[in-house]
Design a protein around this ligand. Structure first.
Ligand code: ZN
Ligand code: FE
Length: 256
């Protein structure tokens, strides 16, 4: 049985700040804006006990100082982070107790070099910031495409029913691009329809599960013969290694 309740707080135009609750205590993940977080906390009388940071970008850390001032909560985040230092520096192999539930830290560089993710086997929950998105992945700003691919592969090996709490609602654009590179994938077509129905109702498409990503996300599907074929036909294939395929798909998405 799950101990934690996880719900989204909308921020900016398409960010999700995840609110983790147990009774009247809470954590937030990647707070970019203080206002929506304070409104959510006040609405339910929740005391903020901690903040988890996945990476230094402003839309994930912009509210850390204000929330800490307001509530006195502690902050966990990666080392060597341009937005740090944080109260608690954590990296691969470390564990964070979130309201009594253990989350292990995974290093997932690529989008930024300081990027980490938080994973709880008991809650089947992964907070992965801007590394893995529903149907897509973050842009490779600071690392290299092979580094990003290795980070995504690490996440893809988590149990199939793991829930992916990513930090943006980019799903429809991602899955429409995925259709372009893998048009015959019927699971993808069905998943896109299901996500479109959710967005029509103004519901989040996040979280998905690792199993959805393995069957639909072109950034995890470097084994797909159809993606190889599409890249080749588009004159975009660099080489047919996993890194070559990932890099070609990432470059295509950057300009699509
Ligand atoms: Zn980012
Ligand atoms: Fe972001």
């Amino acid at each position: 049985m799950n101990m934690l309740t996880i719900s989204p707080i909308n921020a900016f135009s398409d960010n999700y700040i995840w609110l983790i609750r147990r009774g009247n205590r809470g954590f937030v993940v990647d707070p970019g804006e203080p206002g929506p977080v304070l409104t959510a906390l006040n609405a339910d009388g929740i005391e903020l006990a901690g903040i988890l940071v996945t990476h230094h970008h402003f839309d994930h850390t912009g509210a850390v100082a204000a929330l800490k001032d307001e509530t006195g909560c502690a902050v966990w985040g990666p080392p060597d982070s341009p937005a740090g230092p944080y109260d608690h520096t954590v990296a691969e192999g470390d564990t964070v107790s979130v309201l009594g539930v253990a989350f292990s830290v995974l290093n997932v560089p690529g989008h930024t070099l300081d990027h980490i993710a938080y994973y709880s086997p008991a809650e089947q929950a992964l907070f992965c910031g801007d590394t893995l998105f529903v149907g897509g992945c973050g842009r490779v700003f600071e690392g290299t495409p092979p580094q990003m691919r290795a980070s995504l592969e690490k996440l893809s090996r988590l149990p199939a029913d793991t829930l992916i709490f990513c930090a943006h609602e980019y799903t429809l654009a991602n899955l429409r691009f995925a259709r372009l590179v893998e048009p015959e994938n019927t699971e993808l077509a069905n998943f896109l329809s299901a996500c479109e129905r959710k967005r029509e109702q103004n519901e989040p498409t996040v979280p998905s599960q690792i199993s959805d990503e393995l069957s639909c996300n072109p950034f995890l599907r470097w084994q797909s013969p159809e993606i190889l074929k599409t890249l080749e036909a588009a004159g975009r294939l660099i080489d047919d290694s996993p890194d070559g395929i990932f890099t070609a798909v990432r470059e295509w998405k950057n300009t699509a």
